[in-house]
Write a protein that binds this ligand. Structure first.
Ligand code: SIN
Length: 278
């Protein structure tokens, strides 16, 4: 695919590096190119951006409606922006395991725009995995079996009282009484933008296959998780202040690596509303 206004460099099975765009101001033709690149690559990475919270919100609103997160502490004065912070003395980070956001909602969020303000000198990368590429590399037989399955997802064990969260996270995550979402989705979805098939289960929020027990589900889920997170389906993004990653929850997983104790990492995240994927 050719682009007139922007430069898009594919990074492998998932993701593309985009240059030649100032996310604070770009025209509608560029927006169209970004939409095409997003549908094709599932995560777009931008460097050297300078976004105020207002500009970050305007960028998200040009794409779609903002989903105000129920559980993350917002940036003061900006309820649309979730703060993703780890202080030097803190041990736990947010998102430190493979997951895809909001799969516990019947209409899962489209994705998030994560903008880096302060990054550690070493560590703090984010890993991404491509769930369409992972589907493509399964055998025909397993694809057919999975095509008949649905899976149950929940927020309760992660954001609810049952999560038994470390006290340290109390000022970064809240509203545990609102964690009452359960959703059932097909295990294989057709991606709404690309039309590709995508494996829609994840270790963070998927509990079991619909109609199966957790024990029965565990071995096949484990197989799929190991398969999706194989190196050839993943990309590791190294952040700098001013980097922005925009990922699609319906085609990717992500994992915030927690290897920078003693250093500060501060990000602003805006999440966008999605659509029914069943
Ligand atoms: C998240 O899971 O949304 C956080 C990702 C990150 O901080 O890299």
């Amino acid at each position: 695919m050719s682009y007139q206004n922007i430069n898009v460099q594919a990074l492998g099975a998932v993701g593309a590096q985009v240059s030649g765009v100032d996310l604070a101001q770009f025209d509608d033709a560029t927006l169209g190119e970004l939409r095409n690149a997003f549908a094709r690559h599932s995560v777009l990475f931008f460097r050297d951006q300078k976004l105020t919270p207002e500009q970050h919100i305007s960028l998200a609103e040009r794409w779609g409606d903002i989903n105000v997160n129920r559980f993350f502490t917002p940036v003061e004065g900006y309820p649309q922006i979730a703060q993703v912070l780890k202080e030097p003395e803190q041990k736990f980070n947010i998102g430190g395991g493979w997951h895809t956001d909001h799969s516990y909602d019947q209409i899962p969020a489209l994705g998030s725009m994560l903008y880096a303000l302060e990054t550690p000198e070493t560590g703090g990368d984010t890993l991404f995995a491509g769930t369409c590429a992972a589907y493509d590399t399964l055998s025909e037989g397993l694809r057919e079996t999975l095509g008949n399955l649905r899976a149950v997802h929940s927020s309760r064990h992660v954001f609810g009282a049952a999560a038994n969260r470390p006290k340290e996270l109390a000022d970064r995550l809240g509203n545990e009484e609102l964690a009452e979402q359960d959703a059932v989705h097909p295990v294989v979805i057709q991606h709404p933008l690309s039309g590709r098939r995508s494996l829609y289960v994840n270790p963070g929020f998927t509990r079991r296959f619909d109609g199966w027990t957790e024990e029965e589900s565990a071995p096949l889920l484990r197989y799929l998780y190991d398969h999706i997170s194989r190196p050839e389906h993943t990309y590791r993004f190294r952040w700098q202040p001013g980097s922005l990653a925009f990922w699609d929850n319906r085609a990717t997983w992500h994992f915030a690596v927690n290897d920078y104790h003693g250093q500060r990492r501060l990000m602003h995240r805006i999440t966008l509303e999605g659509e029914l994927i069943d």
